[in-house]
Design a protein around this ligand. Structure first.
Ligand SMILES: Cc1ncc(COP(=O)(O)O)c(C=O)c1O
Length: 454
């Protein structure tokens, strides 16, 4: 049972939802028309299955996006706080990326040969994140998969460890949760190749005793972790947690993969540098090429040496790490432009205070409505949760989820020109986001909570 059940009248919530669904449909005839047509060629009328999760009877079809805003096919303009679930944290189509795309596209897109941009990007990533060696692929999922394979190969250990309710992309090994203390496939896990309990151990974030018990088996090749969890709401690590985790992982010979695909919102050199972490592997995808498919993984010199010792020239293309388009000229040119001119230090100086403004506005509205909710923030990302107790781990955060309420909040926002991420209540700031955008959200949020609480 969620805390919000105490105060939210469900009958009222459902009638408010019906009102919002009607408004949504009435105001979007063109999106509805396209959705009807799409159902003939796209399963469920969407190009990717998770797009069915948007609140409302059909998804909003987009006409165009620029900066922090987009316009739908019915002519409505939206403040985009979803930003492609971090893929567009750069803002939509930033000028530097568009220029790089045009320039490189004229000069060749993919060759299976390196370009000089790859060196510039490798050097910049080393400067920012402190790891010497880098490789490139197309998605953060792939980067995580490759790091896991490499970790298993060089440690010659079979298992990996993840945290309960983590999300690292469509990585088979990571779709595992704890239910009454027993590990098994996560709810909704589609066609798992094996029960992930065979490949993976799972413990709660912030629980050092549980972590040590598993690491002490000396069977764990790597820990795959976000430095602060972001995919079940934001969960910050306890003070000293990362130092202890690193000490334990070294003690038991387990490698540490830090996945910064979302926590790059902390600052230009990630959570890793801001909090002085020392991972063996580092993963970054999504916004690194302003939303063009691109991702990277870096590792220490020691890991690099261990990898080279086990690689055979003849088999290096069929070892399970690859991708024909990986490291292509276009994505590297755009990564360079993004790192050089978009996700800069000064961009974060603009973005982080906006997230603070978002959090302050939401907090004030929650207080005024007297709801048992709270808001939390990590750099330029903020999120509200339907509980007044800050979750300390994945199970606590998952227990506070409220799908019905979440959908209402999202649809209410959408009808007032604001897009939140479809998966929880997350808002992200881009270099193009303005105070006016945030204030538009605060006003809509205040209206929603006062309607819910009255
Ligand atoms: C922390 C983290 N890592 C990796 C991924 C996977 O990214 P992609 O779907 O672009 O492969 C996600 C996606 O949400 C993520 O949140």
């Amino acid at each position: 049972m969620t805390t919000s059940l105490k105060t939210i009248d469900r009958t009222r919530l459902r009638s408010l939802m019906q009102r919002e669904e009607k408004r949504f449909a009435d105001e979007r005839p063109r999106s509805r028309e396209l959705f009807t047509r799409a159902k003939h060629s796209l399963l469920s009328g969407v190009p990717m299955n998770w797009m069915v999760k948007w609140a409302g009877p059909f998804p909003v079809f987009v006409k165009e996006a620029s900066g922090a805003r987009f316009v739908d096919v019915d002519g409505h303009e939206y403040v985009d706080l979803c930003l492609g679930d971090t893929g567009a944290m750069t803002g939509h189509s930033p000028q530097a990326a568009v220029e790089a795309i045009i320039e490189q596209a004229r000069r060749g897109i993919t060759l299976m040969l390196p370009t000089e941009d790859s060196i510039w990007v490798g050097e910049e990533l080393a400067r920012r994140f402190g790891l010497p060696y880098w490789q490139f692929c197309l998605t953060a999922t792939d980067a995580n998969r490759f790091c896991i394979r490499l970790a298993r190969e060089i440690t010659q250990r079979k298992s990996i460890l993840v945290f309960n309710y983590c999300y690292h992309g469509t990585v088979d090994e990571s779709f595992i949760t704890l239910k009454n203390g027993v590990a098994g496939p996560r709810r909704g896990n589609v066609g798992p190749p094996v029960n992930p309990a065979v490949t993976t151990r799972v413990v709660e974030f912030n629980d050092l005793d549980a972590l040590e018990r598993v690491l002490a088996t000396r069977e764990i090749s790597c820990i795959l972790a976000e430095p602060a969890m972001t995919n079940v709401g934001i969960i910050h690590p306890d003070a000293g947690y990362h130092d202890a985790l690193r000490e334990l992982s070294r003690k038991y010979g387990t490698l540490l993969i830090i996945d910064e695909t979302h926590t790059i919102c902390t600052g230009p050199d990630g959570y890793t540098r801001a909090h002085n972490l020392h991972p063996d592997f580092f993963v970054l995808g999504k916004p690194i090429a302003s939303g063009l498919p691109a991702a990277t993984y870096g590792f220490t010199a020691e890991v690099g040496e261990r990898i080279l010792k086990r690689m055979q020239l003849e088999d290096c293309d069929t070892g399970g790490i690859g991708g024909t388009l990986a490291g292509n000229a276009l994505s590297l040119a755009v990564m360079r432009a993004t790192l050089e001119r978009v996700l800069t230090e000064s961009a974060f100086v603009h973005m982080i205070p906006l997230a603070e403004r978002f959090a302050a506005g939401v907090e004030e509205a929650i207080k005024a409505a007297d709801l048992p909710w709270h808001v939390t923030r990590l750099g330029c990302r903020a999120e509200y949760l339907f509980t007044n107790k800050r979750p300390h781990n994945g199970a606590e955060a998952a227990a506070a989820a409220d799908f019905e309420l979440e959908r209402f909040m999202h649809l209410h926002a959408l009808n007032r020109g604001i897009l939140l991420t479809p998966f929880h209540n997350m808002a992200l700031m881009s270099p193009a986001t303005s105070q006016r955008d945030i204030d538009q959200h605060t006003a809509a949020f205040r209206e929603a909570v006062s309607e819910l609480a009255s």
